[in-house]
Design a protein around this ligand. Structure first.
Ligand SMILES: N[C@@H](CCC[C@H](N)C(=O)O)C(=O)O
Length: 264
């Protein structure tokens, strides 16, 4: 048995077990262990687990696992949380660049702990528009559909059906449902692949929704407020004919607690 120090972080209610793995002690391929640590009854609990590691080309590296124990694509809220964690570990003071599965990310943190995280560019010709949904990749895959009465919408059932539909086999997708609140604000709810449930917030999902709403002409704004179940985030971007770039996801990221757990 080995005692492992961990931290718990949350970004608008998307919560993560955070481990400093700069000494590379963590058994990264142990899917069962990661799933157990993320389990809310048998472990610490979280929508995912994140390792902070050394990186030869950046301040640090983020390795992200979904609650099912598998390493996955980019996590926007996890990205904001690991920036807060790296700041806590005094790896940087005001701005940083880190490596993640989708490449380098630049980020800043202010005195209130608000993190602004640069997300990947999105080429306009990769945005797939269908009659009632849009599909795009913002570091993770996202299906975006507009609905009415989102508060009472059955996100779990509808999201699960789309996530497992033939269209998205074999890897699946995250599924976002959206309702417009004003010219430049939207409320969203997200079913997350790998958590296999609705989460309180999804950063790559909020980014996908903001870009989609602009791309569909629902808003002309380039700074969009996204209300998620766990709070609010902002997404801003620039665009030209080819792509959305300088895409920034901004919101709070907080350390919730520190603990120690024994692993085999
Ligand atoms: N919560 C995340 C998304 C995490 C990855 C996703 N579940 C997937 O496997 O595609 C976010 O904040 O972006």
């Amino acid at each position: 048995m080995k005692n492992v120090t961990f931290f718990k972080y949350q970004g608008t209610g998307n919560d993560f077990v955070m481990i400093d793995n700069r000494t590379e002690f963590f058994p990264k391929r142990n899917v069962e262990l990661i799933e157990k640590l993320c389990n809310r009854r048998f472990g610490i609990g979280g929508d995912g687990l994140i390792l902070l590691e050394n990186d030869p080309t950046a301040d640090f590296k983020m390795v992200y696992y979904n609650a099912d124990g598998n390493e996955s694509t980019m996590c926007g809220n996890g990205g904001r949380c690991i920036v807060s964690f790296a700041h806590f570990l005094e790896i940087f003071s005001k701005d940083t660049t880190f490596n993640a599965i989708d490449g380098l990310h630049h980020a800043t943190i202010n005195e209130e702990g608000i993190v602004a995280l640069q997300m990947i560019d999105v080429a306009k010709d990769t945005i797939k528009k269908d009659t009632d949904f849009t599909f795009l990749f913002t570091g993770s895959p996202h299906h975006v559909a507009m609905v009415s009465d989102i508060t009472n919408y059955n996100v779990f059932e509808k999201g699960k059906n789309i996530r497992y539909s033939d269209e998205y086999k074999p890897s699946g997708t995250n599924v976002n449902f959206v309702e417009q609140l004003s010219n430049d604000s939207f409320k969203i709810r997200t079913y997350e692949r790998g958590v296999e449930n609705e989460t309180l917030s999804c950063g790559t999902g909020a980014t996908a929704v903001a870009i989609t709403m602009n791309n569909l002409g629902k808003t002309v704004a380039n700074k969009i407020s996204i209300q998620v179940e766990g709070g609010d985030v902002q997404v801003s971007f620039d665009q030209n004919e080819e792509k959305y770039y300088n895409v920034m996801l901004t919101g709070a990221a907080k350390q919730v607690f520190k603990g120690e757990i024994s692993i085999e």
